[in-house]
Design a protein around this ligand. Structure first.
Ligand SMILES: [Zn+2]
Ligand SMILES: [Zn+2]
Ligand SMILES: [Zn+2]
Length: 358
């Protein structure tokens, strides 16, 4: 096929302006032809191509059979217009959003094959911005082939969020027929994300439970020390009169439990569930309390003595105690700074005990 003029082939779509390309003030003629699918040729400058892509450089430097013959570089398998945009990028390090929209997939493949990292980066970003339920499977496959981990991850995330919708697309049906391994990989990824979320949820729920217990401990202690409107007071000092408890619902629950515990006729041995719960709370307090001699929480000393006689609590109970203590520590760490300082002052006023006001 005779070499045609570039502007004949791709009128109005010139990837670069050859006439503006100058070396040391002088215009140079294109010295290489890029052969594209369907025949059209794109004239270009070997030096520009070689400096932009090491792969093109090695093709250009390859010895030819006939020294006199014209240098040609075949870039086949992608639309000719996409090749034109690619060559344009090699000249200008730039392409328009419109070009990215139209040829992003081809440009990513070209940038990978010809080792043009700048363009690859641009495509990875451009394609990630244009991901849709319709194209995500295709882009995922391409991201795998072109070794684009960021884009791959973006695709996987979209897939895991919208799998129901994606499964209705043509792309997915094609994948099921032609690449069952990739289908498996995607489903496994989704499964992992789900179980990770489940684990996280369970951990959060657990942490909440320990935090509630830790709050209950605090309330139990201040109810028994300072009294409250319903239970006690033991020895309310007017100077210690503080505002209402910030953990109102927990506090109310503990107060009701204390009241019940004092008046129940069934008691723990009679199998009362509420009494049993209160009993556990009192035991938990005793395990945490480090001032049993002056402590006013019921049964605190008795539990301590019992533990000493039995030579230690069982391991599961110890674990529970540790988790409640650390839940308290965690929650005070996540408080805003000012609040934390207030709490610190407050606790140092109370005999310098950090964790619980006893
Ligand atoms: Zn309270
Ligand atoms: Zn009871
Ligand atoms: Zn105590």
């Amino acid at each position: 096929m005779p070499s045609k003029n570039f502007s004949d082939d791709l009128s109005g779509q010139s990837p670069f302006k050859a006439e503006t390309y100058q070396t040391s003030g002088e215009m140079t003629e294109p010295d290489v032809q890029i052969v594209t699918s369907g025949g059209p040729r794109i004239p270009a400058h070997a030096s520009i191509l070689a400096s932009a892509s090491p792969v093109l450089e090695s093709i250009i430097d390859r010895p030819r059979k006939h020294q006199s013959s014209e240098k040609t570089i075949p870039i086949l398998g992608v639309p000719c217009d996409a090749v034109a945009v690619f060559v344009g990028f090699l000249y200008s390090s730039n392409c328009t959003d419109e070009e990215m929209e139209k040829y992003g997939i081809h440009l990513l493949a070209l940038s990978h094959v010809f080792l043009v990292p700048q363009l690859k980066q641009r495509c990875t970003k451009g394609l990630a911005e244009r991901l849709t339920i319709e194209n995500v499977v295709d882009v995922l496959q391409l991201a795998r082939l072109c070794d684009a981990p960021d884009l791959h991850l973006k695709c996987m995330k979209l897939l895991s969020n919208k799998i129901k919708a994606v499964q209705k697309t043509e792309g997915w049906k094609f994948l099921q027929d032609h690449d069952p391994w990739l289908e498996l990989e995607i489903l496994q990824f989704i499964d992992e994300i789900e179980s990770r979320n489940k684990r996280r949820r369970r951990r959060r729920e657990e942490q909440n439970l320990y935090l509630q217990l830790s709050e209950a401990m605090e309330c139990l202690e201040h109810i028994c020390t300072e009294g409250c409107t319903v239970v006690g007071p033991y020895d309310m000092e007017p100077t210690k009169n503080r505002g209402p408890c910030s953990k109102f619902s927990t506090c109310q629950g503990v107060q009701l439990s204390i009241r019940h515990f004092a008046t129940c006729t069934k008691k723990v041995n009679g199998g009362c569930k509420w009494c049993k719960r209160m009993w556990q709370l009192l035991r938990l307090h005793s395990s945490i309390c480090d001032q049993p001699d002056i402590c006013r929480v019921p049964l605190c000393r008795q539990f301590k003595l019992k533990v000493q006689q039995k030579k230690g609590d069982d391991a599961r109970w110890k674990l529970l105690v540790r988790k409640v203590v650390s839940a308290k520590a965690m929650s005070s760490l996540s408080l805003p700074k000012r609040k934390r300082e207030e709490e610190a002052n407050e606790t140092t006023n109370h005999h310098g005990i950090r964790s619980f006001r006893l």
